[in-house]
Design a protein around this ligand. Sequence first.
Ligand code: ZN
Length: 342
Amino acid sequence: MQDKFDKYARQDAFTGSTREEWEAWKETSRETLKDLLGWKYMESCDLDPRVEEVVELENGIRQEKVIIQVEPEVYMPMYILIPPKQSEEKQKCFLALPGHQGAGKFSVAGRDDIPAVKRMIEFYHYDYGMQLAKRGYVAICPDCRGFGERRDEALQKGTDEKSFLTSTCFHLAHMAEPLGETVAGMCTWDASRLIDYVYERGEWDTDDLGVVGFSGGGMQTLWISALDDRVKKCIISGYLYGYRDALLLLNGNCSCNYVPHLWEHFDMGDIASLIAPRPLAVQSCRDDHLNGPRGLVNVTEQLDIVRKAYSLYGKEEYPIHDVREGDHCWHEEVLDIALPRL
Ligand SMILES: [Zn+2]
C-alpha cells in the first residue's frame, strides 16, 4: 500500500508559481474536494431553528440549547455560549467543533457537571468552547453526526459512560461510503449549515467568524475552512499531518477520517493551503502518536506546503505553529498566542 501511495498519491497538488495560477487551482480543487466528499447528495432545507433551553450559568455566560435542521429531517443540536456584551459592537463568534471521546458538544461547551464529561475535559482540556466564551467570544458548540445526541441507534441504547462518550461515526461511515457519501462530507456540510444559521440569526460579527477544533474537531475545521470563505480565521489543533504517515502507516484511526480516492488527489497540506490567505493557527503536540512514526516532521512537511500558498499573498506570518509537549491534547495557550494575531 505504501508503494501504491507513492505511485498514485497527490496528483492534483499545486504546481504553479503565481497567485493567479493558485486562485484558479483553488477553484478547481474545491470542486474536486466537494465531489470526493459526496456533497452532490446533500440536500438543503429550511434551518427551522428552535431554542430548546436557556440557562444562565454561574459565571455569567448564557447557555442556549438550539436545534437546527441541516438536511430534511436531519437535526443538529448545539450549545451556544454567549458571554455578556462588553460594547455596542456585534460580538465576535467561533464555531467550536468536537472531536472523538468527548460526547460531542458536552465537553466542548464545558458541561463538567456530568462526571464522565468532566474527566474528558480534565484529560484533553476539551472545553475550548467555554474557554473562548470566558474570553468574550460567542462559542457555538454543535454535536456533529455520530456524536453526543446524534449517536446512531447502536450506541444510544447503552446507558454506560463509554457509550455516552464514544461516537458512532464509524457506523455512519460504513453506511455512507457505498452510497457515495462520507462522514467528513456530512460534517463539513453541517458546519456550512451552521454558518448559514449564524448569518440568518444576524446577532454576531460574521466579518470575523472563526472556527476552532481539536482532533476530529480539527479535521472538521480543516475541511470547512478550506471550502468556505465565510470562515475568516481558524485554529486547528491535533489534526494536521501527512496522510501517508498518519492514516496509512497508522491505519487504526476511525473510519470518519477516510475519504475514498482523496489521496490520489491531495495531501492534507494541499487542503489546508486552501485556507490562504485567511489567518490560520495550527497546534501540534511533539509526542502526539497520531503524527505518525516521524513525529513533528510529518507536520512540518505539510505546513511547508501551506506556507507556500500564504507566501503568494505576502502573508509569511501564517500559519502560526504552536508546538506543545506531550501526547494528543488541546492546550488553551494557543488562544492567547493566536487570537491577537488572527
Ligand atoms: Zn470517527
